[in-house]
Each structure stands twice: as C-alpha cells, then as structure tokens.
Write a new protein. Structure first.
Length: 301
C-alpha cells in the first residue's frame, strides 16, 4: 500500500510566502511593460497626427491653425471669459474657426463626423492611453474642481471629443490669445520655419491635473470642436509630469505627460521625440518659435 505524504501547514505557508515574493517581484516588471506599451501607443498617436497634418499641408499648402472666432463669430462658451470659434466645414484654413484637431478629422477617417457635426465622436488617436481618459465626455453644469466656473451655452451639446495633445501656438497659430486680444495671422507652411523643421515643435502632450481627467470640464481642456482654446493649443515653456501638475496647479498653457522620462512631442519634420521634464525653459521656447534664430544642439534636450 502506497501512502501519499500531504503538505503540512508550515510547508503550505512557506509555498504561499514564496509565491507572494515572486508576484511582488514580477509586478513592477509587468507595470513597466504596460507603461512602455502605452508610451509607444502614445508615440504612434503623435505619428498619425503628424501624417494628418502633413496631408492637410499637401492639400491646402499650409498647416491648420488652432482656430478662433471668425470675423463676426464670437462664442462665449463659459463664464471664465474664454472666447472660442465654432468650426465651419466649408471654411478654408485662413478663416477656419475650428482648431487643428477639427481641421484634420478627415485625415484620421472621421469625415462623417465633420459632415454630421458630431462633436461627440470618439477619436482614439487624440488620447494618451496612459491617462485612460473617457472619450467623449459630457460637460457638467458647474466645473467640479473649479466650482466658480459655470458652463452655460455648452450643456445642451453633449458629449464632446477631447484631446491630450495640444498644438504649438506659434506654428499652428492661435488666432485669439488669452485675454481676448486678437492675433490674426496667416496660416504657416512648412517653408515658414527658418529655424528648421527638426528644431520646431508642432504638437505635444499637454500638462493636465489628474483629478480633471474625466470631469468633462473645459478648464484648459476644451474639446476639439472649438477653436482658439487653451485645451487644444499651448505656448508655455514648462514641462510637467501629471503628478507634479496636480500638486502645483501649474498646468495651464504648459506641456506635460503621465510618462516617466518626459513629455512626447511631434516635430515639424515628422519625428516624435521625448523632452525631459527638467529641460530648461529657454530650450522649450527655442523649440516653440519657428523663426527665433536660436542655436539648438541635439544634446540640449
């Protein structure tokens, strides 16, 4: 007769403890692999948006702008004093009130959304997967974080498509600057970048406070069916991690990311590169300006 020896309680506890140690050792590697995949996906998003911008440039001879109210068109969408344009599918780039993201919808296979004026279209390529944001989002009556901000004329038009990527105001020109001062400028072409396309930014990940990810609010997170907003364009020279953005509140107008090394940017030559969080503001400024005549070395960022 063969007797099978059973595990003792102590042996079972030892096995469980070993398994626990192995799992604890594996978890960081799994999380690192997951973040690496999300970062690569985010990079691919920027590449696709770059292709769309280039196709727009081929068709129209210029890059899109970040929009803003067209002559005679003013839309005060919320009480915080922001003035935005409403997209016009018939408008040429010079007069397009919608932002760059709206202007390239046809190039990311969303022409039907343009034809239907469907501002709630869920466009995956506009969102960084590391943030895990909902797309689209419904705007509330009152901003849940900044409760002094009350949304008035946007509540009846829900939901809205958001973007984690903002345009460089100095290239994808913001036609109305903060404070309501008009800056009417012709759209730029790739030949209007004397500093060099490899030294000039087109798009970048925008700084965000994590607690605002899925509120639906428009507080520096206006959707793509607007023009001239800080949610779709930035001109700041600071690059912040999302955690730091939430702690300091310094995210408006600036750039940022949930990724560990830094924020990812699309350059005018079509390349996507990471710029570290510690990069000096003067370097970021040099990369924003298309005709600043700065000397930039590849080792600067």
């Amino acid at each position: 007769m063969i007797r099978h020896r059973a595990f003792t309680l102590i042996e079972l506890l030892v096995v469980i403890a070993i398994l626990g140690v192995l799992i604890s050792l594996l978890l960081p590697a799994v999380q690192k692999a997951r973040e690496s995949a999300a970062r690569t996906s985010c990079q691919n998003n920027l590449h696709q948006l770059g292709i769309a911008l280039m196709l727009h440039s081929v068709d129209y001879g210029v890059l899109p702008t970040n929009g803003g109210p067209a002559p005679g068109q003013i839309n005060q969408a919320a009480t915080e004093g922001g003035w935005w344009g409403t997209p016009n599918p018939q408008a040429l780039p010079r007069d397009q009130p919608g932002c760059w993201a709206y202007s390239i919808l046809r190039y990311v296979e969303q022409q039907n959304a343009v034809d239907a004026n469907d501002q709630g279209v869920a466009v995956k390529v506009f969102l960084c997967p590391s943030r895990g944001r909902t797309q689209p989002q419904t705007v509330p009556a009152i901003d849940p974080i900044t409760t002094s901000v009350i949304y008035t004329s946007v509540g009846g038009k829900n939901p809205w498509c958001k973007t984690d990527y903002a345009g460089n105001w100095y290239v994808l020109v913001n036609r109305w600057w903060a404070g309501g001062c008009p800056l009417i400028s012709l759209p730029l072409s790739l030949t209007d970048i004397p500093d060099g396309t490899s030294n000039t930014l087109l798009l970048g990940e925008k700084a965000m406070d994590p607690q605002r990810y899925n509120t639906g609010g428009w507080f520096f997170d206006e959707p793509i069916f607007t023009g001239g907003s800080d949610g779709t364009g930035r001109n700041g020279t600071v690059i912040l991690s999302d955690i730091m953005a939430g702690r300091t509140g310094n995210y408006p107008w600036n750039w940022g990311s949930p990724h560990l090394p830094g924020a990812q940017f699309l350059f005018a030559d079509g390349s996507v590169r990471t710029i570290p969080y510690a990069t000096d503001s003067s370097i970021v400024w040099a990369l924003l300006t298309p005709n600043g005549k700065e000397v930039i070395a590849s080792s600067d960022f």
